[in-house]
Design a protein around this ligand. Sequence first.
Ligand SMILES: C[S@@+](CC[C@H](N)C(=O)[O-])C[C@H]1O[C@@H](n2cnc3c(N)ncnc32)[C@H](O)[C@@H]1O
Length: 281
Amino acid sequence: MEYSFTRYLAAKRTVDDRALNDHVWRTLRAALPAGPPDILEVGAGAGAMVERLAERGLLDAGGRYTAIDADPANVEEMARRLPARSLPVALELEAIDLYDFARRERGRRAWDLLVAHAVLDLLDAPRALPALFALLRPGGLFYFSINFDGLTILEPPVDPAFDEQVVALYHQTMDERRVSGRPSGDSRSGRRLLSQLPAAGGTILAAGSSDWVVLPRDGRYPADEAYFLHHLLHFFEHSLTGRPELDAARLAGWLARRHAQVEAAELIFIAHQLDICGRIG
Ligand SMILES: C[S@@+](CC[C@H](N)C(=O)[O-])C[C@H]1O[C@@H](n2cnc3c(N)ncnc32)[C@H](O)[C@@H]1O
């Protein structure tokens, strides 16, 4: 199978739409001041969140939307897709690492709302949060959605003891992830943010779970969610291949059986995540 990260991001859209926590969403909406906001999204991928915010009416007042991502291929995809839609905001897209962006913009510009969706669990939050919060206006809001929180469930089991070992080691690879030699990633990001955000000067207004729950209905998965599952298994393969803790042939067999479960519309996948919104100060 050919794997494409942009197809994965597109396939993730319906899974995320179901998962987003409604209480956190409504709290954010109620906290947004009237008038056109300046919104900054970091790790924006191919632009799913700006589309979602527009569809849910959050951008109706106009304003500016700055969307950055470190991966130029994602920003190209965002540039290709988004202008085709008539968004009510002025859009600024840039391929740039968020730390470089924060260093450049600090003291020059400030935003009313900071968005990071399925991103903070890939970062070292105690380093990233102060850099990002420095870009908010006094009293500015943050919306941090889909933060992984330490629980992955694959049902039905194929090899119970090995299933557990694979998932535990997969989580460990998230904690061991390094970018440019620095630690970057946290398999328990959701719960840790609940204390890391106040420590960085944020006041949490609402928090709640936003678990991904993917299951077949009437013998098939909705939208492109079969591909979403295949791609998640590809992440497992990428992270775990070559790990001395796992027997290589047993891992290959495990992956083949899990892909076959997707093909047969039998795999049920759950990942526990948290959404959090709040304001600085
Ligand atoms: C799991 S994807 C989520 C993308 C998008 N928010 C979505 O949900 O469709 C994480 C994104 O964060 C970006 N990213 C990771 N580290 C980054 C960094 N240091 N600076 C900017 N973007 C980053 C990646 O390139 C990737 O597009």
